[in-house]
Each structure stands twice: as C-alpha cells, then as structure tokens.
Design a protein around this ligand. Structure first.
Ligand code: ZN
Length: 307
C-alpha cells in the first residue's frame, strides 16, 4: 500500500482557524479542506486525537487523525421499519419497501477505457526493471502518474456513492437485512469478479455494520444459504433453480411475477418481520437472519483531511 508516517507523540493539534493542522517535525501545515467537523468535536470535548498519519496518494498529501469519539445516542428516523436490501449485480441495491433502486456506480466501467489507454501508454515507455536495475524514464513516470490519478479518482467516486447509500439507510431504518454474500467465493468466478469488486459488496456490509451501530439501528445478516432469490415472496414456494441471467421471478405455484432482485429484497425483509412478529427463539436457528450486527472496531471518525 501507500507509504505513510504515523505520529503518536508530540504536538498534534487542529488550529482554531479550521484551516491548519500542527504536526510533530512538520510544524503547521495548511489543509485543503476545512477541519471543521473534527475541530468542533474536539472543542466540545467529544473527541480526543490519539495519533496522526500522513500519507501520499496519487500526488496528494493526506493527514488522518485517529480519535477516540464519544457518540450521542441516536435512533433511526423510522425505528420500527424493516428494509430488505438485495445487493445486486445489475443494480447496486434493490429494496423491499419500494424505495427507488440504487444504481450501480459503474464509474469504473466508464473510466476503464481511459485507464486501458493510459496503461498502454505506460507500457510503451521505458519502465523500471528490478532485475537489470533499469531506472524508469521521465516519460514513464509522467504516464504512470496520469494512470494512477484516473485509478484514484475512480475509487473515490465509488467510495462516495457507497457511503451515501449506507449512511442514508442507517439513518432511516430501524432494521436493515442483507444477505451474507460469499464475496471471496464470487471473486473466484471471473465473470462476476470485476462487477462485484466494482460494486464493493464487502464495503457495503462493513459500512452498514458500523453505521447501524452509530445510528442505533440493527443490521441483520441472512444466512448464506437462505434462498432469498429462489423463494416466492408471495407463497414461500422455493424454485430449485434460478440462473442469474433470468431477471424476472415467476412463481409456478401462485403465478406471482416480479423483478428478481425485488423478490429477494422482499424475502430478506420478511425474514425479520416474521422473526419479530412471532414465534420467538425457535426460529433463531432456522435458515434465516440469525446474526446480529457483527462486532466491529470502536467507532471513530471515518475521515481524512486532504492536505
Ligand atoms: Zn408463489
């Protein structure tokens, strides 16, 4: 990964103008973005800076602060609601309650051609070679930097889309149900791999886990083998096979026809509704949502301030 330096001792301070930070050895440096959010917490006594990390990424310098943060107790705006979220291939996410489908942030796909072109340019330049000790040419370095910038921007766009989605879900719904997708298993399937990685399934799960905790909600993870796609959300009949290319769910038993992912989202939401409505602990170990939000790292401020 990118090289970084971490400071754990010495003066680490956010200046009151909310534009400068003071670090050991480096002194006072102007920040590109306002430090307002963290500064306000420190001033209010709800955050204490433990360390600072400086790193360089795609030609920009970043400083991030590891803090101990006291979070106010929050409750989601609609505490009693349950939403099933089907993380899809075709769409980023499909919801059980009629909330508009979140489109896949396929920035990578659009940037891919550009990236491919830049990569070919890099390949034509005289690059470094560890075996011969060949130093990269100036032209190679320039082309490589240009390629990295496109990579970097793509990743940022994607991360932003995922954060916006998970934040709005965690703030609104009391209970969010997702599927325990076998992401690493899917990554082994090469055809799915790029799209899945692009959609950042693992990221969504991780973000929902800590954001539901921050907002006082619950994340339920359905069992990996729960047949959310193959079950009819109308009559609960299970279809033995449903290849990915079939986008509509058509039930042979009750004649229900609806979008495949919408059907899956409805089944996920129903899992919890059934669980909450009734039968108590005996449903605990059925093939259903039987895990609460997995423990994750203590809540900190997830942010870094560009130079
Ligand atoms: Zn049916």
């Amino acid at each position: 990964t990118t090289p970084s330096v971490r400071f754990t001792t010495g003066t680490i301070r956010l200046e009151d103008d909310r534009r400068h930070v003071t670090l050991p050895v480096l002194g006072t440096i102007r920040a590109h973005e306002s430090t307002r959010k963290l500064h306000r917490r420190i001033a209010a006594g709800t955050a204490v800076v433990k360390s600072a990390t400086v790193r360089r990424e795609a030609g920009r310098w970043f400083v991030s602060f590891t803090c101990e943060v006291e979070r106010a107790d929050r409750t989601p705006s609609r505490t009693d609601t349950v939403i099933g979220v089907d993380l899809g291939i075709k769409h980023l996410a499909v919801f059980s309650d009629g909330r508009p489908t979140a489109e896949n942030p396929r920035h990578y796909d659009t940037a891919r051609r550009k990236l491919g072109r830049l990569s070919r340019t890099v390949a034509r330049r005289l690059g470094p070679d560890r075996r011969t000790g060949q130093q990269p040419s100036k032209r190679w370095q320039r082309a490589d930097a240009a390629r990295n910038r496109v990579h970097y921007r793509t990743a940022n766009l994607r991360r932003d889309a995922l954060h916006k989605l998970t934040t709005s879900l965690a703030r609104e719904y009391g209970t969010i149900v997702v599927e325990d997708l076998n992401v690493s298993g899917m990554l082994r399937n090469r055809r799915l791999a790029r799209v899945v990685a692009d959609a950042g399934f693992g990221q969504i799960r991780r973000q929902l886990a800590y954001k539901t905790r921050w907002n006082g909600g619950t994340l339920e993870v359905a069992d990996r083998w729960f047949p959310s796609s193959k079950t009819c959300s109308g009559c609960q009949a299970v279809t033995p096979k449903l290849p990915l290319r079939i986008r509509m769910y058509a039930c042979e038993h009750c004649g229900l026809v609806l979008d495949r992912d919408e059907n899956a989202a409805l089944n996920l939401a129903a899992l919890v509704k059934r669980h909450v409505a009734g039968s108590g602990p005996e449903t605990e170990n059925g093939r259903g949502a039987d895990r609460k939000t997995p423990p994750c790292g203590a809540g900190g401020i997830e942010a870094s301030t560009p130079h």
